[in-house]
Design a protein around this ligand. Structure first.
Ligand code: ADP
Ligand code: TRP
Length: 323
């Protein structure tokens, strides 16, 4: 099965990215044909500082590799190394109704946040559809917030196929219920744009400050509490073994539990779980040539697949390639 997903290089990765998406990338990489990429063209809709975009782009490659992405199993590449994707994006935009893009929640959200929108931001879902469709991907592991984008991709592919013949594969989203929406320190969805994230590679006092700042309610220590609505518990559940999670659940419901205790244990778990990855990332930072080689090789492999599909797409649309 061909798996595809991407993350924008727009800041440091957080626990929502890891549990909502990256962990699934890693678990799906063996026995499948995975393509994972750095969505730099997408990030350009917001990050318009060349040094920063370059730094973040390499940063995502380091993150993926440190977290266990194996370039021998998965094709890891940067979006701009397959420029054909922007060509497909144009072709797809010609079968995409404006109304569909106007209904995009991510676009409406960004406007609501006061961002003055550029055309790239509006066309973002079409480029995302091209990312997925150009590799004839079957499955797209993502968090819940990307569900609508995958639905739009499916609609766009169906419209293309209806008009030009059955070329594109209609992909399925792969969203795990248990990690679909990871909460941030303020209880809303964890997101870079809300500034409520706990970074995967945070450590020391910065990590402690983040975890201890998790917002909780003011129910007194002695009263019983509902774990399902408590951010420290919802985060702890992602990291703790099932037995331990069950014990905390009992303690919540019994009363007598202080949120400070849950936070302390959560801090310990985050610190321990990601310590080996932090170490691996530091090592990789000292091997920039290796990281560039991985991206170069991945880019070549991905581009070869994309070019084949584009030949068929061009032929089907009446744009035959003459070279
Ligand atoms: P952000 O909202 O912080 O900008 P991205 O848009 O870069 O995150 O998301 C990258 C991937 O991580 C996507 O697949 C997205 O669905 C997933 N993801 C992001 N935040 C969360 C979250 N809080 N819970 C679950 N998945 C998430
Ligand atoms: N929009 C995705 C995000 O913000 C990133 C992305 C771009 C993507 N192209 C993709 C995800 C293709 C999955 C498949 O997280």
């Amino acid at each position: 099965m061909r798996i595809l997903s991407g993350i924008q290089p727009s800041g440091r990765p957080h626990l929502g990215n890891y549990y909502g998406a990256i962990r699934q990338y890693i678990s799906l990489q063996s026995g499948n044909e995975p393509f994972y990429f750095i969505a730099s063209y997408h990030a350009l809709t917001a990050v318009q500082d060349s040094a920063l975009l370059r730094e973040y782009t390499i940063g995502v490659a380091l993150d993926f590799l440190a977290l266990g992405l194996d370039p021998a199993q998965a094709t890891l590449f940067a979006q701009q190394d397959v420029p054909e994707v922007t060509e497909l994006s144009w072709i797809l935009s010609c079968v995409t109704p404006i109304g569909m893009l106007e209904r995009a929640v991510s676009y409406k959200d960004k406007i609501a946040q006061g961002l003055s929108p550029n055309h790239g931001l509006f066309a973002y879902p079409v480029l995302q559809a091209a990312d997925i469709l150009i590799y004839l991907s079957d499955l797209v592991p993502v968090g819940q917030d990307q569900k609508q984008h995958i639905e739009m991709t499916r609609d766009i592919a169906a419209k293309f196929n209806q008009q030009f013949g059955d070329i594109l594969v209609i992909p399925e989203p792969y969203i795990l219920d248990s990690t679909a929406v990871v909460p941030g320190v303020d209880g809303r969805k964890m997101s870079k744009s809300y500034g409520n994230e706990i970074g995967i590679f945070d450590e020391g006092p910065a990590l402690k400050k983040r975890v201890m700042s998790i917002v909780t309610d003011s129910i007194s220590v002695t009263d019983p509490k509902d774990p399902e609505t408590s951010t420290p518990f919802l985060l702890l559940r992602l990291l703790a073994a099932p037995d331990e999670t069950a014990e905390w659940e009992i303690r919540y419901r019994a009363g007598g539990l202080g949120y400070g205790d849950v936070k302390k244990r959560l801090l310990q778990l985050v610190d321990e779980t990601f310590a080996p990855y932090r170490e691996r990332r530091r090592q990789l930072e000292r091997e920039p040539d290796y990281v560039m080689d991985v991206l170069r090789e991945g880019g070549k492999r991905a581009r070869a697949v994309a070019q084949q599909v584009m030949h068929r797409v061009r032929d089907a649309t009446g744009l035959p390639t003459t070279y």
